[in-house]
Design a protein around this ligand. Structure first.
Ligand code: ZN
Length: 503
């Protein structure tokens, strides 16, 4: 009995601490819950009240700050939303006429970008835009400025472009090439010739092929605007596709003033480029007008086109919803094309690929899912290429011999992988920029206007506007006597690992 009582007593004694512990656990849970909720609430409240643009309706913020260039202030504009990240740094020279020219350019570029953002799918990543500038020449009397724009609108190709000017600070007016050469067309032609030579030199230095590249059309109309570089050369900082097809990349031309001293004829030019002023010469005989340029298209031997001018239409990023309609158009107009397809889309579209092959078109590799190959390891490059080759072989029974690297991005290491895998890199010489403009009329004009014999024309069959432009492109080219052929017909023998921009 005694024992029982004791045990009972013991049990009773044990109960209160157990209850306390349970209570403690409950209280602790409630408290930590409250703390957690407070932290979350505080986070949202702070996020709401964190510095936002003073203008409630716009996501735009701006501020000014002095620049490293004498007399020039930078204006910074930023917009940071879930749809875009924009950062603009533009120069304010405090000379009204100059600032107006630059502001007009910035507004035009930015409006185009805003339009892309407005049209962009909400499933895309954020679009980004960065505008910066550089002053290359800045004296009491003159100023040279380059404006750089980079836009990534999640289209197939990021936009990278430049605008540049040289200004007279006193008048606020732009200085053009004519102000350097005078009205003598001989001087202007001399500078155009020097520019064409500098382009070829640049490409050769970069070991880019100049085969099929015609510079005949590059003349003074492309050279009206210039800069004076930091080392007092005549500069033309052309971005990709502003003077040559985008596949050649940016062409930052610099021409030494000494090499064109005779053409830099005006007193202004002599003083800007620190050239000796020549003693007055006896009057020269009247200038002989330059002979007219030979008519294009030029025909070149070696291809399988049988001596007639030919060009290749190429379509990237498909197959897509408009590809079958495109095949109808090509069949009806008796034109052959080349399709650079994405491996990830091939498996579901095998019948369409079989139709392409059956109707005599060329099928090439455009990787599995469109990465920039120069940013991948050698193993990943090989995987992108061979996985796609396998998918195409499964669909049509043959493995591709050509590849178009996404964004035209390639380098020696990537080309080495291409050589190993037995594919040649097919770039382009005519860029319709169809993915950017989505306007059939413009796309047709660029394709037809840019074509020469041997041209490779870049289009994307995933855009309805591009496919809608094809009848106009084929009619326009056939009217000029072009035969539209596949890449392998155009190029003849294709060497694995080599890069082709045109025939
Ligand atoms: Zn592409």
């Amino acid at each position: 009995m005694q024992q029982q009582i004791t045990r009972h007593h013991y049990r009773k004694k044990q109960q209160p601490p157990k209850k306390n512990r349970q209570l403690f656990i409950v209280v602790a849970c409630v408290l930590s819950g409250i703390i957690l909720i407070s932290i979350i609430a505080a986070f949202f409240i702070m996020r709401e009240s964190s510095p936002k643009p003073t203008t409630a309706t716009s996501d735009e913020q701006y501020h000014f700050s002095s620049s490293k260039y004498k007399g020039i202030t930078s204006k910074f504009t930023t917009r940071d939303t879930h749809k875009e990240h924009t950062s603009i740094e533009q120069p304010i020279t405090h000379i009204a006429a100059i600032d107006e020219v630059i502001a007009r350019e910035v507004t035009m570029i930015d409006n185009e970008f805003k339009e892309s953002v407005a049209q962009g799918s909400r499933f895309h990543d954020r679009m980004t835009q960065t505008i910066t500038y550089q002053v290359t020449y800045n004296t009491d009397t003159h100023l040279s400025i380059v404006l750089h724009t980079k836009q990534d609108t999640m289209g197939a190709h990021p936009i990278d472009r430049t605008a540049f000017w040289t200004f007279d600070k006193k008048s606020g007016k732009e200085v053009t090439l004519k102000d350097l050469t005078g009205d003598d067309s001989k001087h202007q032609q001399a500078i155009a010739a020097a520019a064409r030579k500098a382009i070829v030199d640049t490409l050769q230095q970069r070991q880019q092929s100049t085969e099929g590249l015609s510079l005949d059309e590059i003349g003074t109309q492309h050279l009206a605007r210039f800069i004076i570089t930091e080392d007092t050369k005549l500069g033309f900082p052309f971005s990709a596709s502003s003077i040559l097809a985008s596949s050649y990349g940016a062409i930052n031309l610099r021409i030494s003033a000494d090499s064109i001293a005779g053409a830099l004829a005006t007193p202004l030019a002599k003083s800007l480029f620190q050239l000796p002023t020549e003693p007055p010469k006896p009057p020269e005989p009247p200038a002989v007008p330059a002979p007219p340029a030979p008519p294009t298209p030029k025909t070149q031997g070696g291809s399988n086109c049988g001596g007639t001018p030919c060009a290749a239409l190429t379509f990237d990023d498909g197959p897509g919803p408009y590809t079958s309609h495109l095949l109808d158009i090509l069949r009806d107009k008796n034109a052959k094309a080349s399709f650079f397809v994405l491996g990830s889309k091939v498996a579901r579209q095998a019948p369409l690929l079989q139709r392409m092959k059956h109707e005599g078109h060329h099928i090439g590799n455009h990787t599995w899912n469109h990465p920039n190959l120069t940013k991948l390891s050698a193993g990943d490059v090989a995987a992108e290429v061979s996985r796609t080759n396998d998918a195409i072989r499964q669909a049509i029974g043959i493995s591709p011999t050509t590849i178009r690297p996404p964004y035209g991005a390639s380098n020696a290491a990537v080309n080495g992988q291409f050589a190993n895998l037995g594919v040649a890199s097919i770039m382009w010489s005519v860029d319709t920029r169809d993915w950017a403009d989505r306007n059939s009329t413009i796309v047709c004009q660029r394709a037809v206007g840019g074509a020469q014999s041997g041209s490779i024309i870049l289009l994307h069959d995933i855009h309805k506007t591009s496919v809608d432009a094809v009848p106009c492109i084929i009619d326009g080219l056939q009217k000029q006597g072009f035969q539209l052929v596949t890449i392998d017909t155009l190029l003849g023998n294709i060497t694995p690992g080599a890069t082709y921009h045109a025939r």
